[in-house]
Design a binder for this molecule. Structure first.
Ligand SMILES: [Zn+2]
Length: 191
């Protein structure tokens, strides 16, 4: 499947989800059996760990369809990038989606200057550039920061050497950012 076809498949699945016309494909015993020997997910999704943002549900996909990495604020660090590289290099996925979402708590925490303690600060620090960059944008600061954060992570992945950068330049891999609207259930693709 090409990146374009993969993107269309996600858009179609999300459109079914928005309308409440879900198919829950690829969830039967037959599919489970078929996948025992290997997987060929058509898309990689980097999304937030937020319990309301479940890629398989909101794109109406099933077992073996999506390679999903979920981490608060959908930020990319070494282990996240390594996971994505694995899907691209060994599972042959052609599309990577970095998806932020409405009312993201991680981005919201990054907007405030409170120190939450523990390891949470590492996530918040990673989001700060998006908070600064979106400061003077018209509209709601939180929404803008969430969108800019997804775009920055997407750019970071495109520049990640050597595997992802090469994959984008010469293997037809596409990296896009997206914004998930919690209330409508709609995913807006930004680039
Ligand atoms: Zn979130």
């Amino acid at each position: 499947m090409t990146a374009e076809e993969a993107l269309n498949q996600l858009k179609e699945g999300n459109s079914r989800y928005v309308k409440g016309d879900i198919k829950h494909p690829h969830t039967d015993i037959q599919r489970r059996d078929e996948l025992t020997g290997g997987q060929h997910p058509f898309a990689v999704i980097l999304s937030c760990a937020d319990s309301r943002v479940v890629p398989e549900l909101l794109f109406d996909q099933g077992l073996g369809d999506l390679f999903v990495i979920r981490v608060a604020g959908n930020v990319a660090k070494d282990k996240v990038i390594g996971s994505i590289e694995y899907a691209i290099k060994f599972l042959n996925s052609k599309l990577i989606v970095v998806m932020g979402h409405e009312n993201c708590g991680a981005v919201s925490a990054s907007l405030s200057n409170a120190d939450p303690g523990g390891h949470i600060g590492a996530i918040i620090e990673k989001i700060k550039p998006a908070v600064y960059m979106s400061k003077r944008m018209p509209g709601d600061h939180l929404t803008n920061a969430i969108k800019v954060n997804a775009q920055l992570v997407s750019e970071e992945l495109k520049d990640s050497k050597p595997i992802l950068q090469d994959a984008v330049r010469s293997s037809g891999v596409k990296i896009v950012s997206a914004y998930y609207n919690l209330g409508r259930g709609e995913v807006e693709f930004m680039d």
